[in-house]
Write a protein of this length. Sequence first.
Length: 335
Amino acid sequence: MSFVTHLNQALEGGELPEKTYQIVLQLYESYASSMELSGFQMKNYDHLFDALLMLMIKHLKTPFHFEAYHKRILHPYDYFQFGIEFIRPLVDQQCSHVLGMHNVQKISQQLQAGENAILFANHQTEVDPQLMSISLEKSYPDIGENVIFVAGDRVLTDPMAVPFSMGRNLLCIYSKRHIDNPPEKKEEKLQHNQRTMQRMKELLSEGGKCIYVAPSGGRDRPNAEGEVTVAPFDPQSIEMFRLMAKQAHKPVHFYPLSLVTFDILPPPPSVESELGETRSAKREGSLFFYGDEIDMENFPGSEITDRHEKRSARAHFIYNLVNANYRFLKQGGFS
């Protein structure tokens, strides 16, 4: 029995809302089209969508609650492996590259020594965590498997995103984009964020942690000319991580991470206020660039005495590092 038949049965049986049904169907059709264009038969991947449908229905019946710090679930169901296997067919390995492997090696050594690494990165798709793991699985699988992602509330509540999120280590936080919506929940969300920051400080004090954070607070999107650009970094976000690092009992190292993954699963053209964004998948290469370690205290503008201006200068400096490496990836200078 085909996946579409199973999907139709779920709709007719009242297990899926109409809107969710349409979102899953669009994703399946785009996934199938891309596979067939690449010379693969979609029937070989239907089981992946059957698994997704099962997990979505399970969540809709009994919503999963994420704690401030969520550890990936491997038993009794391996959500981590599910996410990897679902996304892997979309990755064209021949067109995929990881640059800065000497910095990945350095990060690995620092983690093994009980120190920490924080990756200031741009963010393009919901499945960047899975793409990152796939890109490192042959060289540094431990980093790809154990990295902790700072995750916004959207990927913790959207029925399609939740099964993928359950398989990752997450520090769950409300982003600035959504913290005021709805207004009556703002104080509760701020308190949740404080708990998350406290948990992160504890994790950094334990040592051996690698944390990925997008200081933009969201995914990159096309500009007026249709070019996908790195979204601006929030100085307050970077400052918060800098202060958390100073309070930790173990050393914390900072690195810029640039990635090009947009075409695999693009976000909607604009930030949506309601859950349930449409999704369209495409088989493409994924590109990652791990830049050199960042000196958080010495940078252009570090001599500024006004603390707000200094924070802005630091954020601008880090943004420029990520953006320069991002443009290098986009221009294909590595090939």
